[in-house]
Every structure is written in C-alpha cells, then in structure tokens.
Design a binder for this molecule. Structure first.
Ligand code: ATP
Ligand code: MG
Length: 227
C-alpha cells in the first residue's frame, strides 16, 4: 500500500503542493492531471524521495519514504520514469536493460524483452538511434528491470504520435496485469490515460480539485472546467 498523507511541498517561498492525500492499494492505477506548474512532478518527486515535503509523509507499506534516499526507495520497490527519454544513447538496448538491473536480477532482461517485443527485435541497436516511441519503451523496460511494485511515470506520452501513445498506454496496462505493478501516471493526454487508470487526481496550483474514479471523470462533459 502506498499512502500520501497530507503532503505539502514547495521551493523556498513558493508553495507547489498543498495538503495532498491519497491511499493506493497494491496494483492500483492512478492518473495525475493538471496544467503546467500544477505540482504534478513535485508530487512524484515527493513519492520517490527526491524532494522533501514541507509537511506530511509518504508511506510504503506503512514505512515512511525518506527524502534524499532515492536509491533506497527504488530498492524498496518504487521506480520512476522521468520526463524525456532517459536512456544511455551510446549503449545498446540490451546494455541499457542490463545496467538498470545491476542491483537486481539481470536475467529479468528476458522477461522485459518478452513484455516489450520491440526491445528484443532491437537488442543490439544503439539506444540513441531508436525512434521516440522505441526509446520510451526502453525507458519503461529499464524501470521494469528493478521489478518495481510501483511505477511512476512523468508524461510518458510527450512527443509521441497518437498510435504510439496507445501502444505505450496499452503496454502499461499489460505491466499492471502481468506483474501487479501499481501505476501512477502524470499526463497531459487525459483521454488516453483515462483508458488505463482507475482513479484520478487533478491538481490546480498545488491543490487537489478533483479526486475520484476515472469512469466518473471520463463521463463528465464539463471535465475541462477543472483545469
Ligand atoms: N527546482 C525548482 N525550483 C523552484 N521552483 C520549482 C522547481 N521545480 C518546480 N518549481 C515550481 O513549482 C511549481 C510546480 O512545478 P512542477 O514541476 O511540480 O509542475 P508540473 O505540474 O509538473 O508542471 P509541468 O506540467 O509543466 O511539468 C511550479 O510553479 C514550478 O515553477
Ligand atoms: Mg512536470
């Protein structure tokens, strides 16, 4: 279980998040939406321990996430795919995956390649020479090498064509089903994300303006009023 308890956070005098709470059962799928600067990335950074909340705590299975100890958080089962394609461009696909699993089980490369067949097809290709969609799949694969209980994704669809976005979202659903990995997806592409997540949080200037199930949000004709 992942719990966000009354988390506030900021940068100096600036408040980026105010009193955010959420409680997620193992394997849950949450979408986080909101305008630029709403605090979405800050919330992911608080969850992974890359940013210290000014108030509140994040707990994984009852134990607090310690700010500043990102590698420890990853070892405890939370993986973070930051915005952009975070691959080592000069290494091959297989080398990228192996490096990501160094502290875990390197043989999991086989599982990850089964999950993302495009990575198998291109195992010896230099990562930097792959398309944007392929690099995003590799970034997902690299995160999966840590066999996470939770996968945090910061705008995974950025820069991808609609058909590739569907592909990435579809693979996230498969990851969730196959391994029971919980998903926390920050996205600008709300319709594509609503197909994968079951609950949503909409942030506006650091506050939660909607929190509820995805189906209710998808059915709302005035959905955009929250943005
Ligand atoms: N390192 C930083 N130093 C100072 N202010 C920051 C820093 N990072 C973010 N902020 C500010 O905190 C607020 C929230 O930023 P955050 O990156 O969390 O928003 P976001 O919802 O992820 O936006 P985007 O959709 O543009 O990625 C913004 O006002 C931003 O300018
Ligand atoms: Mg952001």
């Amino acid at each position: 279980m992942l719990e966000i308890n009354s988390v506030s956070a900021g940068y100096g005098a600036l408040t980026a998040l105010e009193n955010i709470s959420a409680s997620l059962a193992d394997g849950a799928r949450l979408g986080i939406f909101g305008h630029n600067g709403a605090g979405k990335t800050t919330l992911l950074r608080c969850i992974i321990g890359a940013h210290a909340p000014s108030a509140g705590t994040v707990r994984l299975n009852g134990e607090p996430i310690i700010p500043g100890q990102v590698p420890a958080t990853v070892r405890r089962g939370i993986a973070f795919v930051p915005q952009g394609h975070n691959v080592f461009p000069n290494l091959s696909v297989e080398e990228n995956l192996t490096i990501s699993g160094l502290l875990f089980d390197r043989s999991f490369v086989t599982e990850v390649m089964r999950l993302f067949p495009v990575l198998e097809e291109r195992r010896s290709q230099r990562a930097g020479s792959m398309s944007g969609g392929e690099q995003q799949m590799l970034a997902l694969g690299m995160a999966m090498m840590t066999q996470p209980k939770w996968l945090l994704l910061d705008e995974p669809s950025t820069g991808l064509a609609p058909v590739i976005v569907r592909n990435v979202m579809g693979q996230l659903a498969v990851v969730n089903k196959t391994f029971g990995t919980g998903l926390i997806i920050v996205e600008q592409n709300v319709p594509a994300t609503l197909k994968v997540v079951e609950s949503c949080l909409i942030l506006k200037s650091g506050r939660a303006v909607y929190q509820g199930d995805a189906a209710t949000l998808a059915a709302k004709p005035d959905l955009w009023e929250w943005f």
